[in-house]
Structure formats: C-alpha cells, structure tokens
Ligand binder design. Sequence first.
Ligand code: NAD
Length: 483
Amino acid sequence: MNMVIRDGLARNFLAGRWVEGEAGARIAVEDPATGEIVAEMARAGERQLAAALEAARGSVERGDLSAMRPGARADLMRRIASCIRAIADEGAPILCRESGKRLSDARGEFEEAAAYFDYYGGLADKIEGKQIPLGSDYIDYTVFEPVGISAQIVPWNFPVSLAARSLAPALAAGNAVIVKSPELDPLALALLGRAFQEAGLPEGAVSILNGIGSELGARLVASSEIDQIVFTGSVPTGQAILCAAAENVTPSLMELGGKSAAVAFEDADLDRLVESVQGGIFFNAGQVCSAMSRLLVHRSLYDRAVEAVAALAGGLEAGHGLDEAAHTPVISAGQLDGIEAMVRAAPGQGARIAAGGARLDRAGHFMAPTILADVDPLSDIAQQELFGPVLCVTPFETEAEAVTIANGTEFGLVAGIFTRDLARAHRVVGRLRAGQVFVNEWFAGGIATPFGGIGKSGFGREKGVEALYNYVRTKNVAISLKG
Ligand code: NAD
C-alpha cells in the first residue's frame, strides 16, 4: 500500500486539535488514476460532531471573531491567505493524488482558496448598516450580525477551493464554521486546518470533519445547534438536506448541479469556441458543476463544429495528474460506471458517437473524452447531469429554437453564447434561464462575480460581494426619542 499521506494529516481538525475518528474508524482514500489506496482518513462520528458543535457555540458566544475589531479580522483573513499559499507545495500533490486532477490545477485550487481569503478579508471591515430617517422623534439604524454557526457541506470536485469559497465570507463576517469534507478526497482540505492554526485563527471558529455524507453530513444538517446550511453538491442530496432543514427552519444556501448549454450562432469564432469546449467540458474530466455539457450549434456551422470538437477530444492524451496529462480520470469506479452506462444508452435515443464513447482500457477510472452528435434535446443524455468528459452536440435553425433548447432542462446554472453580434448576445442573455451567462468565453468571471443557480441548480449566490450577505442577518434598531 502506497501511503502518500502522513497519518498526522489524515485526521479531523476539531477546533484547533487534530483528532482521530470514532473508535479509530477510517475511510480509505484512493488515487483515481491508479486505483491504489493512498491514505486512510479518520472518520468522525457523533462524538466528534458534538465536540465541534460545542466548540463552535463557545466561539460564537465569546465573540471570538464577531467582537474583534473588523480591521483585525481583515488582517487575520489575509494571514490565512498567506498561510494557505505556504502550504500549496505540500497540498497540491496530495490533492492531485486523491482527486485525480492535474497537479497544476490542484495548485490552482490552493491559489484560489487563498484569493478568497484575501478578497473577503478586504470586505471584513466594510459590512456596514444604514440609518433610516423616520422623522425627528426616532433614530433608526440597521446592523448586520453574523448568523452564528455555519454548517458547510463540500463536494469532491474542488474540495479546497469550494471549501474556501464559503469559509472565507463566513469567517470574514464573524461566524464559526463546521465543514463536512467529501469522503472521497478529504485530505488536502484537512490541510487548511494547518493554515488556520498558523494564522492564529481562534480555536473553535473552524472544525473540519471527515465522514460519510449520509451519516455525519446528515447529522450535521439535522442539528438544531446550527444556524445555517451551505450545501454544494448534487440535487438529490440537496433535496434531502432541505427536508432536514425544514424541521428546524434552518436557512440554507443550495449550490447544486447543472446541464449547461453553450449556444454557437452562425457567426461564432470557431477557434474560440473549440478553446472554450476544451476548458468547458474537459477541464477536471468534466467534473465541474458549471461544465459545458451541451453545445447547440447553428446548422450552418454544425458539421465543422462537430468535426473540430471531435478532433479536440480525440487528441487529448490520458495520464496521471502528477504528469500534467491533458486528460485525467473521473473520481471513482462508481462514477465511471454511471457515465459509461449513460453514454452507451445514448445511440438508442438517436445520438451518434463522434469521439470516445467508452472507458479507456487502462488502470484507474478513465472515461474517453466523448463527443455525442445529433443529440435529441429531450433524450436522457441531454437532460441528466453526467459529471464527466462528455459533450452533447445538437443543431438548431433559429435563435428562438436555440433558446428553447438551452432552457429546456430542469437546471439553470450557467449558459454561454458564441457570436460576434453584440446586439444578439444582449438579447439572448435576457432570455437564457441561468444564474450566469458567458459570452464568447466559457468560465469567464472569477471570485468577484456572483455564482449560483436557478431551478434545480439551487438558490442563493456564492462569490463576489453579494455572497458576504449570506453570512449575516439584518437587525433593525428603532429608538423613540419622544418625551
Ligand atoms: P453529493 O451530493 O454526492 O455530495 C456532496 C457532499 O454532500 C459530500 O460531502 C457528501 O458527503 C455530502 N452528503 C451526502 N449525503 C448527505 C446527506 N444526506 N446529508 C448531508 N450531507 C450529505 O455530490 P458530489 O458527488 O460530491 O458532487 C457532485 C455534485 O455537486 C454535482 O451534482 C455538481 O454539479 C455539484 N456541484 C455544484 C457546485 C455549485 O457551485 N453549484 C459546485 C460543485 C459541485
């Protein structure tokens, strides 16, 4: 067994201490590129959760972060950012091994995580209420208070950067956070605990617990002790969590899945489109909530576009993320089985395999980069999220038809438009049912731009200034000056 992770890191970060799981229970962590077990992660249970909740409540009641001068909290956030940068060299290979992603992308996650702490650090001393005029007999003002304990459930596709996406604004606003890490790749995320320690974050303000979603995660979200749920993950899990949230009326933020479409009009720049397809559906082996999983192409450009994206897919070399391979594995055998089964069924519903179409004959969990052409927009493959390197291409004749197909799923996370005609781009932006629209570049935007979904893609927005206000609640104070 090739244990690449030192045991000391494969533990839960419980309010500033590194602890084992329930009765020494552990979860095996696999390298998806080889199938080897690379570490065994301590598995937290009821006792560790109770201790994390107690520590978080203590932190909230003492006002560890909320009573701090906002400028000092801002400085703390920036120190966390630099401590995250300092662990990137150690963390990136760990993340690469446990998730299968490219080493440079793993490093990019640490960079992005640090950038979130810098960004929200810059806002920590700018959370300002307002004064509301009520005439000379009253003084009225609003204050923003932290929500309290934020329970955050993180998925496996970008464990480090997605954890930071919610942790940074929550801490900047003065909350305590309990993170439930993804059981498939919890190791690099646990390392963030070291950055918190080194930056001097008050103990109790953050715990990172590793455990099975349906056990530890379900217990956390059902707890009456928490004040908020931030969930990033799949629709069925989000639905289960919303049921648990209803019991305690716990405010929730849902960042769920997608089946996002790019619409390429007849005047689209084909080179730019192909470049966007490469990032849009093959980055991280397509395991991106905002992946370009559908491409709608105007009939006049359709054959050339299918040929170009099929050539792109056929040219991507598979390999280990440590070797910076162009094409990396999906996270697990189960995930690969599901993707391959969906792809194999697609020709039965009219699709044509233009590239790939099956798993690669090698160790690890590799799905061939796949292009399905002539996809019926109502077929299963066009409607369900696969979370893999599979692009569905469909032709269209008119703008109205393209909009109908793009909007024709139960999701609404992102959408894209490829055209040189800005008037058309603006018009179509207004008609697309999505939380964000990319024009002529998939994934345009960054940590400063609000991100979130419509429909079954969820509700609430992460990233940007707007997201900070998820982590506070407004209190209005009305003072009578009469008499
Ligand atoms: P998942 O729903 O299986 O798991 C997500 C997390 O929820 C994991 O930590 C898991 O342990 C936990 N969990 C599972 N059951 C739970 C329960 N009953 N109660 C509490 N927690 C539970 O999702 P996944 O497979 O890890 O991630 C892939 C999904 O996440 C895709 O659908 C993808 O689109 C979505 N995603 C969305 C965004 C976004 O910002 N919208 C970002 C990344 C991923």
